[in-house]
Design a protein around this ligand. Structure first.
Ligand SMILES: Cc1ncc(C[n+]2csc(CCOP(=O)(O)OP(=O)(O)O)c2C)c(N)n1
Ligand code: SF4
Length: 291
């Protein structure tokens, strides 16, 4: 969410680049996601001093290094709880979580339902390449059946999970899908996710040319298409129907969005109801336990 306390700045996308050069493989889809992110930050006029990128571990989780803002490269699968802590400590910060489908839905899969049902005001950008890239090719939770890797030499025999359907049923208040090959659409979706007040989840198809020989750039570019023209993202059950359909991995756009109180707003309401200041201060709370 763009907080009311957020300073507006005028910076070009380039000015959001850090001095660290990405070391992703040539052709990695994550470059496109990063570029869309720079443009989204610039178009929203976000102040780098008020942005925090939080990630887990994986190639995609390296993204915070490449943005000139605050960043935390945490532990595998633990970006969401750390990000929730950052947001609670300072609700005026714009907290953006980035990572892969392995980080988010394997080891970190237990955290997604909880930040979603709490409606924690975070933007979660997932680079979904259907493989573990950093560790050089193991099947991930979105890998297709039959996908051969070093650890699945007879082909993957686990059914893939469905990130969009999961986010919808977990209660995320913004759920969208994008593709590396449609950078302008991806930029618009990232902007909408950041502006959304509440938990936003964006699944972005991002090929790994080094280790995924099935879900290639050409494969995605051939298949992706916008959600039907008459589609409106205002019904969780309608969104789920599309997400459970045969073309769920192909439809791009905002599946669902609703405005309900965020976790911080709920806390502030309780504090207000009890006659206290809604501007709670985590340091004052911590000081009460000082020995
Ligand atoms: C606790 C722990 N278990 C396993 C690993 C090894 N590991 C690092 S990244 C990774 C998976 C990366 O896949 P994904 O999150 O999809 O990101 P990608 O590299 O494909 O962008 C694994 C298993 C680790 N770093 N820490
Ligand atoms: S291994 Fe795959 S995901 Fe990692 S940088 Fe290379 S292409 Fe990208």
């Amino acid at each position: 969410m763009k907080s009311a306390a957020m300073n507006k700045v005028e910076l070009s996308p380039k000015e959001y680049k850090s001095e660290v050069t990405p070391v992703w493989c040539p052709g990695c889809g994550d470059y496109s996601v990063l570029n869309s992110t720079y443009i989204a930050l610039s178009q929203l006029g976000l102040d780098p001093e008020q942005i925090v990128f939080v990630s887990g571990i994986g190639c995609s989780s390296r993204l915070p290094y490449f943005v000139d803002a605050y960043g935390m490269h945490t532990l595998h699968g633990r970006a969401l709880p750390v990000a929730a802590g950052v947001k609670l400590a300072n609700p005026d910060l714009e907290v953006i979580v980035t990572g892969g489908d392995g980080d988010g839905f394997s080891i970190g899969g237990g955290h997604v339902p909880h930040v979603a049902r709490k409606n924690m005001d975070l933007s979660y950008i997932m680079m979904d390449n259907s493989v573990y890239g950093l560790t050089k090719s193991q099947a991930s939770p979105t890998s297709e059946l039959g996908f051969k890797t070093k650890t699945t030499p007879h082909g993957n025999f686990d059914n893939p999970i469905n990130p969009i359907a999961l986010a919808i049923t977990y209660g995320a208040t913004f759920v969208a899908q994008a593709s590396f090959g449609k950078p302008k659409d991806t930029t618009e979706i990232i902007k909408a996710a950041i502006e959304h007040e509440g938990f936003s989840f964006v699944n972005i198809m991002s090929p790994c040319p080094s280790f995924n020989y099935l879900n290639t750039a050409a494969y995605y570019n051939k298949r992706v298409k916008p959600l039907p023209e008459d589609y409106t993202p205002d019904s969780r059950s309608k969104a789920l129907e599309i997400a459970m359909g045969p073309e769920a991995r192909d439809y791009m756009g905002i599946y669902f969005q609703e405005r309900t109180p965020t976790y911080v707003e709920r806390i502030q309401d309780i504090i207000k109801a009890q006659g206290g200041s809604p501007d709670y201060d985590i340091q004052k709370i911590a000081d009460r336990f000082k020995v």
